[in-house]
Design a protein around this ligand. Sequence first.
Ligand SMILES: [Zn+2]
Length: 124
Amino acid sequence: MRLCKARTKAGKPCPSPAMTGKRFCIMHSGRARELGRKGGLRRTVFNPDGLAELGIPTNAQDLARFVATCMDEVRTSKLAPGIANCLGQLGMVFLKAIEQVELNVIRAELESLKAKVGVKTDEV
Ligand SMILES: [Zn+2]
């Protein structure tokens, strides 16, 4: 393992290993600024003031609009990806709940129709 050929700010030899086939470590390779920027973006505290005013979704159409807005906000760095991920998970639970409610409504309508035409439940 070769050590980095650069010097620290204190003037001592850099103790980090050089990248494979290179003379310098990753921090002295000129990528420090880029890596720092990436780290900074990850730690950015997102301001909710920049987010669109969205009501609480009450149906699948509302949820679709909500998700699309969140996608745009993640792409434009207005919404933290971790929060968007959480909202995505909740959205999936919401869709499953809607599905169950609709199935129960359909089941009740079916039972009502069967009762009207005189079909016993165990015959179907
Ligand atoms: Zn170095």
